[in-house]
Design a protein around this ligand. Sequence first.
Ligand code: NAP
Length: 282
Amino acid sequence: MKIAYLGLGIMGRPMAANLVKAGHEVTVWNRTTKPLEGAKTAATPAEAAKGAEVVWLCVADTAAVEQVLFGADGAAQSLQPGTIVVDSSTIAPQATLDFAARVRTKGAEFVDAPVTGSKIGAENAQLLFIVGGPEKTVEKLSPLFLALGKKFIRVGETSAGESAKIGMNLMIASIFEGFAEALALTGALGVKPEILVELINNSMIKSGVTDYKSSFVLTQDWTANFPLRLMLKDIRLMLAAAEGAKVKLPALGEIKKVYEQAVADGHANDDYAVTVETVKKL
Ligand code: NAP
C-alpha cells in the first residue's frame, strides 16, 4: 500500500520502519527532517499525503495532530475520498471527534489507534493498538496493525480508542507510582531494591509495568522510552476527561504533583521512571 507516515519520534520511527519492512511504499515526514532507510522523505505533511491510501500519524500531543493535519501544508489538503487517516498519537478524545469530522468533510476516513507497548514494543512489532472507528474501516487496516503489532482491539466508534488509552495510561502511572513509593519506603527501611524487585517478580504484584521498568530502575538508566513530559501530558488528558465526565480521580491528582516536581527538577525529557528519584527526594 501507499502510506504516508507523519512523525518519526520514539514510537513513529520504528512503526514507519516496520511498514517499510512489510513491503509498503512509505513516504515519511517529520517536523525536523529525519530520513528513514527505504522510505521517501517529503518536505511537508501535504506532500507526504499526496496519493497515499493511508496517512498515519504519531506525534506528541493534540496541538501537534491539529498542526500536522490542518496547519499550513497540513495533510488534510491532500486527502482524497477513501483515504484513511490513522492517528496513533495519544490525544484528547474530544479533539479526536472534531478532527475526524473535519477529515470526513473531504470524503476521507478516520481511525484513532493509539498504542501501548512503548519503544521496545514498537521496535519489535509487538504493539497493542487500541482502536476507535467504523468497523469496516478498521477491518481494512487489519494487515497494517498486524505488521506493527501483536494485536488490535476495536473499542468502539471514533474516539473510543483514545478514551480507553488514557484509562490504560492511568493504570500505568498508578502502578508505577506504587512501585516508586514502595521503593522509597522499603529503601528507607533498609531493603535492597534488587531484593524488592525479586519479591515483586515472585508474587501477584508482578506486572508488565514492573517487568518493563525494573531493569532501568535498578541501573538508574533514565533514557526515555516514554518521556516524562508525555506521561504528564496524559495525566492532564485524564484529569480533563474526568472533569468532563464528572468522575473523581483522587490518587491521580497526587501523582500529577510528583510529575510536576520532576519537570521542575529538569527531568521532562527523561523517562517517567525517573519519578523513583522524585518520590525518594520528596
Ligand atoms: P517523541 O519521541 O517525543 O516524538 C514526538 C513526535 O512529535 C516527533 O516526531 C516530533 O517532531 C513531533 N512533534 C511534536 N510537536 C509537533 C508539532 N507541533 N508539529 C509537528 N510535529 C510535532 O514522542 P513518542 O514517544 O514517539 O510519542 C508519540 C505519541 O505516542 C505521543 O502522543 C505519546 O504519548 C504516544 N505514546 C508514546 C509511547 C512511548 O512509550 N514513547 C507509548 C504509547 C504512546 P520533532 O522530531 O521535530 O520534535
